[in-house]
Design a binder for this molecule. Sequence first.
Ligand code: PLP
Length: 425
Amino acid sequence: MKSNSSDAPSPQDVFDAYCKYVSPSFAALLKFMGFDAVEESAQGAIVRDTAGNEYIDCLGGFGALSLGHNHPKVVAAVRAQLDRMPLSSKILLNPCLASLCRRLAEITPGDLQFSFICNSGAEAVEGALKLARIATRRPGIVGALGGFHGKTFGALSASGREIYRKPFEPLLPGFSHVPFGDTEAMRRAVTGETAAVILEPIQGEAGVIIPPDDYLPAVREICDAAGALLILDEVQTGLGRTGALFACQHYGVTPDIMTLAKALGGGVIPVGAFIARPELWEVFRDNPLLHSSTFGGNPLACAAGVAAIDAIIEENLPQRAAELGARALARLGRLRQQFPEAIFEVRGRGLLIGVEFGHEDIAGLVIAGLAQRRIIAAYTLNNPRVIRLEPPLVIEEELLDRVLTALSESVQHTMDLLQDVPSEG
Ligand code: PLP
């Protein structure tokens, strides 16, 4: 792979290796969108490629980079732990695990108290689903159409988009899906056989869908009346992204089980978690290893998690997300007024923002235009008409302004291009 004097592989080498060993079609997609440069280093909201170009990261690693790249406090905590003991013996007490679980109990709402630490969002969802089934001894899980919970079998079974589900059927039995935001549909779906309802408080990958204000409180009541648990998946919305530490706090609702990941790793190490009320944890009393993971709760990851939580709180990032998000939404609203034929809707909360275009091809061309202007952006996984703006919460205002200016230029350019395309027939 090494091809030049600086020992760095050339962009062509990396592209060829992607084609040969990673995924030819993904490599082609990145090239088509203009993202076939090779990343080399990053700091805050800026990513540098091997040619020395700088990009503003507005995708933030699918929302994992709330603290930006290489946050100094998280990096320092991880470095210190790396020198002491990166992986646990798994049999002596792990102080980093204890600290992270204590910190999660302190910051999560209500009486959420016990945590299981794992390595990804999907794993957190798997654990939450298993806990719901064993704690209630019921089989049913109700999810939402368009919902995204990850791509392992359980998480995929809970997710609501056919394109990702269909090829892997049969998925797990007992799962059903209802339209997100529809209280009556939820009331009909939840029965005495329902172990849990699993929802994102604000749907991310569905295209940033914000439910009516009374939806989550109503779902909480429906679950309580049926003796079902409420799992809120805050993997994407958690830890400040939407302008509150947890999105469920906008609605005054506490779940029985919450899942977290993404920002919990501070942008440095993968970390996931599910956190539950103490009564539920009773199911692990007889066998605490009923659910376990070799790498889950490792000291490096837990050190990153504690440092990430501390930094998010010390730097008041939920409020920063709320303020920057409100400004961005106002500006995007004006952009929509300027291009009503291209932009269908702009919506969001905090720095989880979706710009929905009339057609996915327009969204694709706008993303390519952003790439040309060195802005990293992408569409939401369950709705390719929506470009997500999910920058680090630490992004400088001036950089966010540059992103919005680039977006406006890219929409203008795309519409000019489309005007020049001769119409069919
Ligand atoms: N849950 C939600 C709400 C997500 O947005 C995601 C990923 O985007 C996941 C779960 C899965 O997380 P991971 O990709 O870390 O498995």
